[in-house]
Design a protein around this ligand. Structure first.
Ligand code: GAP
Length: 538
C-alpha cells in the first residue's frame, strides 16, 4: 500500500482551467481517438467526420440516454426508424425541394463559395474634420458631420467580425492616403447588399472587389438517382432531416401503435445537408445525426403550454447528460422571421468556444406538415375526436437536436487543464474530461497495481470480466499508476479501481476507488462499486 498511499496524499488539485479553445478539443479528439477527419489518408473530405473507438462509444451513449429517456421511460412516446431515401414527393410536399436553401455567393476569381448570411460587409466612411466637426472613432455617421465614402470592406462571420472589418477599414484608409477620422463600421450581411454595392464589395478570398456574384439560392439537399436510369424521373434525395419520416408514417403508427393524443413519435438517424460552409469541426457538417420527436396534440390543446414544457424537458435533459446550466440559454425566433405556419420556435443555445450557437430547436409547427402530406398524397391524415365527434388534423411540437452538436458541447464543457502535484510534490499538468458517467465512453478502469504479481492481476481480471457484462470498462496494467490515472482522466473515465496489496492481503476484498474529478481515493467493496454504477449510469 506504500506507493499508493503516497500518491493518495500527494495528488491534490489546483484547478485553474484555461478557457477551452477549439484547438484543444480537436487535438484531444484526434489524440485519443474520439473523432477523425473522414478519408484522412486522402487529405480529408470537407464536412464529413469519422468517430473513433471512444467517439463511437460516447455517441452511442448520448443516443441511448436520449432514447431511454424520450421513448422507453415515457408512456406517451413511441420510436420508429424510417428509410434515409424516401419518395421524392415527400420533399416536394414538405417544401424542401422549393425552399430548403441557403443564400450563397461565389467568388469568380478564387472559385470559393460563401454563405451570403455569413459574409459581412461595411461602407468605409471618413469624417471630414476640416469642416470643423470632431468625430471620434466610435461615432456613428450622423447628418451633422459630412462623411466621404472611400470604399467597402468585407469579412466572414467569426467571433471578431466587427473588429476585423474595423481593422480592414483602417488599412483601406491608409492605403488610399485619406485624411480625416474613420467612422465606426456599420456591418450588414451580404443578403442586404444592393445590386449597385455587389461589385464594390471585396471578396474575402482575394481582398479585391469585382469578383463576387449576387446572392443566389442554393438547395442543400443531396441528390441521387434510384434505379438503373440517371434521368429526371429517377432523382431522389438523401433526407435533410429525420422529421418527415414521422409525418409520413403518422397514420401507420396511429393505426397500429395503440396511441392516443397527445403522443409523440421519435427517431434517431443520419441526415445530410450540402452545407455551403461546413465549419467549427463537427458543429456544422454535411452528414450528421439527428434525434427528433414529433409530439402530436389536439387542435384545441394549449400548444404554448406544451411548447414551454418541451423546452424545459430538453433543457433538463441536457443538464442530465452533464452540460452546465450556465452554458445554456434560450433564443426565441422573432415572429417576423418565422415560416407562415409556425407558431413559435425557441432554440436552446450552448456557449461553444466559437460563440453562443443553436444546439436544440423546439418548434411549434401547427398542423402544416400533416396537412401538406394529406394534400399531396390524397390520403387524409385526420383523427376522430370521440367527444366532439369531429375529425381534425393534429398539431405538433417538434424538439429536434443533433447528436454531433451535443457531443461537441460535452467535450467543450468537460475539457480542463489543471496543475496537480505528483507523488514527489512536483507540479504537473493534467488534462481532464469531466464527462457525466451517463455518457462517459469508459465507466470504470480496472488497474492491477503491479503487472507481474499474479494475485493482483488475477483479482483484477475477475472484477473486469464481471463489470464487462454490464458496463464499458477498461483494463490497464501498463505503466505507473499515476500515468494510468492520467490516461483515464483525459478520456473522461469517472472512476478507476486499483487492485492493490490490501485487496489480496487484508480481509474484506476491498479496492481503491479513485474519482476523476476530485481525485479523492477511498476503499470500496465489489458490491459497493456495483451500487455506485447503478446509481450514476442509467
Ligand atoms: N426538423 C427540424 C430540423 O431539422 P434544424 O434546426 O434544421 O431543424 C435540428 O435541425 C438540429 O439538427 C439543429 O438544432 C442541430 O442540432 C442539428 N443540425 C442541423 N444542421 C446540422 C449540421 N449541418 N451539422 C450538425 N448538426 C446539425
Amino acid at each position: 500500500m506504500g506507493y499508493l498511499s503516497l500518491l493518495m496524499s500527494a495528488e491534490s488539485s489546483a484547478p485553474v482551467p484555461p478557457a477551452v479553445s477549439m484547438d484543444n478539443i480537436v487535438a484531444l479528439a484526434k489524440r485519443r481517438g474520439f473523432i477523425f477527419q473522414s478519408s484522412e489518408i486522402y487529405g480529408g473530405f470537407n464536412g464529413f467526420f469519422d468517430y473513433g473507438p471512444l467517439g463511437a462509444e460516447l455517441k452511442k451513449n448520448i443516443r441511448d440516454c436520449w432514447w431511454n429517456d424520450m421513448v422507453r421511460r415515457r408512456e406517451d412516446i413511441v420510436g420508429i426508424e424510417t428509410s434515409i431515401i424516401m419518395h421524392p414527393k415527400v420533399w416536394e410536399a414538405s417544401g424542401h425541394v422549393a425552399g430548403f436553401s441557403d443564400p450563397m455567393v461565389d467568388c469568380k476569381v478564387s472559385k470559393q463559395r460563401f454563405r451570403a448570411d455569413q459574409l459581412f460587409f461595411a461602407e468605409v466612411l471618413v469624417a471630414n474634420v476640416s469642416a470643423g466637426h470632431s468625430a471620434s472613432f466610435s461615432e456613428k455617421p450622423s447628418s451633422a458631420i459630412s462623411y466621404e465614402k472611400i470604399g467597402y470592406v468585407s469579412a466572414l462571420e467569426s467571433e471578431r467580425t466587427k473588429e476585423e472589418l474595423q481593422e480592414k477599414a483602417a488599412q483601406l484608409k491608409r492605403k488610399k492616403g485619406v485624411q480625416g477620422l474613420l467612422g465606426d463600421v456599420q456591418m450588414k450581411d451580404f443578403t442586404a447588399a444592393t445590386s449597385a454595392e455587389v461589385p464594390l464589395i471585396p471578396s474575402p478570398a482575394t481582398g479585391e472587389p469585382g469578383s463576387l456574384t449576387e446572392a443566389r439560392s442554393f438547395n442543400m439537399m443531396f441528390q441521387t438517382n434510384v434505379g438503373a436510369m440517371t434521368d429526371a424521373s429517377s432523382v431522389a434525395y438523401l433526407r435533410p432531416e429525420t422529421a418527415q419520416g414521422m409525418f409520413v408514417d403518422f397514420k401507420n403508427v396511429w393505426d397500429t401503435g395503440r396511441v392516443k393524443l397527445p403522443f409523440g413519435i421519435a427517431q434517431i438517424g443520419k441526415s445530410f445537408r450540402n452545407e455551403i460552409t461546413p465549419r467549427n469541426f463537427i458543429f456544422r457538417s454535411r452528414e450528421f445525426e439527428q434525434m427528433e420527436m414529433e409530439y402530436f396534440i389536439h387542435e384545441d390543446a394549449d400548444w404554448s403550454k406544451c411548447h414551454q414544457e418541451w423546452i424545459e424537458w430538453c433543457r433538463q435533459w441536457l443538464i442530465s447528460v452533464g452540460l452546465p446550466e450556465s452554458h445554456l440559454s434560450l433564443y426565441a425566433h422573432p415572429k417576423e422571421k418565422l415560416a407562415f405556419y409556425s407558431k413559435g420556435t425557441v432554440d436552446i443555445m450552448f456557449n461553444y468556444p466559437f460563440g453562443v450557437q443553436e444546439l436544440w430547436g423546439i418548434a411549434a409547427r401547427g398542423n402544416y406538415d400533416l396537412g401538406q402530406h394529406a394534400q399531396a398524397s390524397g390520403k387524409p391524415q385526420e383523427v376522430f375526436d370521440e367527444t366532439t365527434k369531429k375529425k381534425f388534423v393534429p398539431h405538433v411540437i417538434e424538439p429536434a437536436v443533433g447528436v454531433d452538436r451535443i457531443l461537441l458541447a460535452v467535450l467543450c464543457a468537460g475539457y480542463a487543464e489543471e496543475d496537480v502535484k505528483d507523488d514527489k510534490g512536483n507540479v504537473e499538468k493534467r488534462t481532464v474530461l469531466r464527462l457525466s458517467p451517463r455518457i462517459a465512453p469508459v465507466k470504470v478502469a480496472v488497474l492491477p497495481l503491479l503487472k507481474n504479481k499474479e494475485a493482483l492481476v488475477g483479482r483484477a481480471q475477475a472484477l473486469y470480466k464481471k463489470l464487462q457484462r454490464r458496463y464499458a470498462v477498461f483494463f490497464d496494467d501498463g505503466g505507473n499508476i499515476g500515468k494510468r490515472y492520467r490516461r483515464q482522466d483525459e478520456i473522461g473515465t469517472p472512476w478507476c479501481v486499483t487492485i492493490d496489496f490490501e485487496t489480496i492481503e487484508q480481509p474484506g476484498d476491498t479496492f481503491t476507488l479513485r474519482e476523476r474529478d476530485s481525485m479523492a481515493q477511498r476503499r470500496i467493496t465489489e458490491a459497493e462499486l456495483f451500487a455506485l454504477l447503478e446509481e450514476h449510469v442509467y
